[in-house]
Design a protein around this ligand. Structure first.
Ligand code: FAD
Ligand code: DLZ
Ligand code: SF4
Length: 512
């Protein structure tokens, strides 16, 4: 009697009840497969880090006495898909039963159901024992109406008794300290060092290349590297709590050419692979506040991301898939400009955010939302292409979290399920939050023309063009009242010149 248990590349949860006691009648199977490396073009560092983490996890399981069958990407007997390898390994070991954890992606969930049926064995799906909200319950709660994240988050605080006072209200008498979290970073305090360094992955990279996997971006970054074991992830968490969390809240929305990561944690990869549990991350932040090491605004701002946004987008994903994947509420049809794959644009903000993403597989939230996402939104780029770009390029990109953030929050392609208004911004926003505009070939103050100096920042005219294109949808949204009023007050000649400028830029997006 042998039970075959599948462990996916993003299911590296050593604390899962499966791994409590080694069992001679259980064989765990893990596999590096072309079907997963190729369904979208991933960043080289993402493939490297996932495979390295999977290998380290398999080794740790074996050392703890568990039986593991591990298929490497270059193994001659690797049939390069979950279904084909499962059939092969089941036959090899005479499996009498198949078990797997819930997959986080809808696509993988469907194909594993089919694979299990094809095996013809009794089978069971168990939870991944990772998230704080129950997926089925959320899917039901969100099926007809998705609440605003804020209300979901308050509910999560109450349910999990996080940052509550003795009466069950929020500590500090407020649920939200966002108003404290919008500062530009002047360069001081200095951003802390990155906690992870120095993996030589060249041998693994050779294997990946020899197997024919096609990737994007740089395979090795001097600047950043990613945690591939629980030990490294824990060390990174401790480093973040001590060195970055004290300033996290204040500079959460800041962007700078002088620091890639500022005061962000870089923990999304470890969290999404399940090397870290969200509760332990939240508890570490709360403990730092309780010990007086960080202000409440920083602690709450960080907890909100994990207890709020991360769990919320997962709920939206599972409640709304598969339809969510085809949403295009703003009917955006343009291809993504070619420079999204090279960073070769004269717009300093986009050049910096894209070059950094290609180099490190990382950009922090505001870069993703208000630089690369904002441009694609304003220019009306097809959410299909935008999704594929985000899913490929970022180290932490798995569809359950990438898609609601991209299609929903950033591109408004879900028609407002996640965001109550589009995250659209012009140069004034970028200038307020970053030092990008100083080094730009474009003039952030101009809406159109050049007058012998720098040409007008493309975001300025594209911003108004976007608002006008979607006036019927957004003009009555109270959160959008200000810009529409400002447009109404603008002189007719100024409006015409702005829209004409936008049209000229839209005709040559690839050359901006
Ligand atoms: P920190 O700023 O240190 O935040 C702490 C943690 O909070 C993160 O590690 C992450 O787990 C969580 N978190 C923060 N914001 C969000 C959010 N909006 N949704 C879910 N979790 C959040 N996050 C991913 O994990 N994978 C993605 O593929 C992804 N794609 C995104 C695409 C777009 C267009 C946008 C706007 C955001 C996306 N995010 C994604 C959310 C967020 O940008 C990243 O989680 C964050 O930048 C990761 O860096 P960090 O660990 O340093 O985050
Ligand atoms: C993203 C990814 C990649 C690139 N490669 C593998 C792999 O070879 N084997 C594997 O088990 N998982 C991989 N993953 C993660 C999966 O594609 C998938 O995204 C998640 O398991 C579903 O949440
Ligand atoms: Fe970006 Fe415009 Fe500023 Fe240049 S001027 S960095 S394009 S916002």
């Amino acid at each position: 009697m042998t039970t075959l248990r599948l462990v996916l590349g993003d299911q590296l949860n050593a604390a899962h009840s499966w791994f409590r006691t080694p069992r001679a009648d259980v064989l765990h199977v893990m596999m590096e497969v072309r079907s997963e490396t190729d369904y979208v073009r991933h960043h080289a560092q993402k493939v490297l880090a996932i495979f390295a983490a999977m290998r380290a996890f398999a080794t740790a399981l074996q050392a703890a006495g568990h039986r593991v069958r591990y298929l490497r990407i270059g193994d001659a007997d690797n049939r390069q898909s979950f279904a084909a390898n499962l059939a092969q390994v089941a036959a090899e070991c005479g499996a009498t039963r198949f078990e797997r954890m819930e997959a986080d992606e809808w696509r993988v969930e469907r194909l594993l159901d089919e694979a299990a049926q094809a095996l013809g064995l009794p089978w069971e799906v168990v939870g991944s024992e990772h998230f704080l909200a129950d997926r089925a319950e959320l899917a039901q709660r969100f099926a007809t109406k998705v609440p605003r994240m804020e209300f979901f988050y308050r509910d999560m605080r109450r349910r999990h008794r996080i940052l509550l006072d003795a009466d069950g209200g929020p500590v500090g008498a407020a649920w939200n300290f966002d108003a404290h979290n919008r500062e530009k970073w002047p360069g001081d305090p200095p951003a802390p060092d990155w906690p992870w360094r120095g993996h030589d992955r060249s041998a693994l990279w050779d294997e990946i290349v020899a197997a024919g996997v096609r990737t994007l971006g740089a395979p090795h970054a001097d600047a950043l590297c990613w945690p591939t074991s629980r030990r490294e992830a824990r060390a990174g968490l401790a480093h973040f709590i001590e060195h970055a969390l004290p300033h996290f809240g204040r500079y959460q929305d800041a962007m700078s050419t002088r620091s890639t990561t500022l005061f962000h944690s870089g923990l999304s990869f470890a969290l999404n692979l399940k090397l870290l549990h969200p509760r332990e991350v939240i508890d570490a932040a709360v403990a730092a506040w309780q010990a007086g090491k960080v202000e409440l605004a920083s602690c709450e701002g960080f907890v909100r991301q994990i207890l709020g946004w991360r769990e919320f987008v997962r709920g939206v994903y599972w409640a709304r898939m598969p339809g969510y994947a085809t949403g295009n509420a703003l009917d955006a049809r343009r291809p993504l400009p070619a420079w999204y794959w090279s960073g070769d644009t004269r717009m300093a903000c986009l050049r910096h955010a894209i070059a950094q993403s290609l180099d490190t597989a990382y950009a922090h939230h505001i870069q993703r939302l208000m630089v690369t996402g904002n441009f694609a939104l304003l220019a009306g780029c097809d959410p299909e292409a935008v999704d594929a770009w985000y899913l490929g390029i970022y180290i932490d990109a798995f569809e359950w979290v990438e898609m609601p953030n991209t299609r929903g929050m950033s591109q408004f392609a879900d028609g407002g399920v996640i965001a109550s208004k589009p995250y659209a911004g012009a140069a004034s926003y970028i200038g307020k939050q970053s030092d990008y505009c100083k080094a730009c070939a474009y003039d952030p103050r101009r809406r159109h023309g050049a007058d012998g100096g720098k040409p007008a920042c493309p975001l300025n005219s594209l911003y108004w063009d976007f608002l006008l294109r979607h006036e019927a949808r957004f003009a009555r949204n109270p959160r959008m009242a200000m810009p529409y009023k400002a447009w109404a007050k603008m002189a007719p000649a100024e409006r015409a010149a702005t829209l004409a400028q936008a049209a000229r830029y839209l005709e040559r997006l690839d050359t901006l």
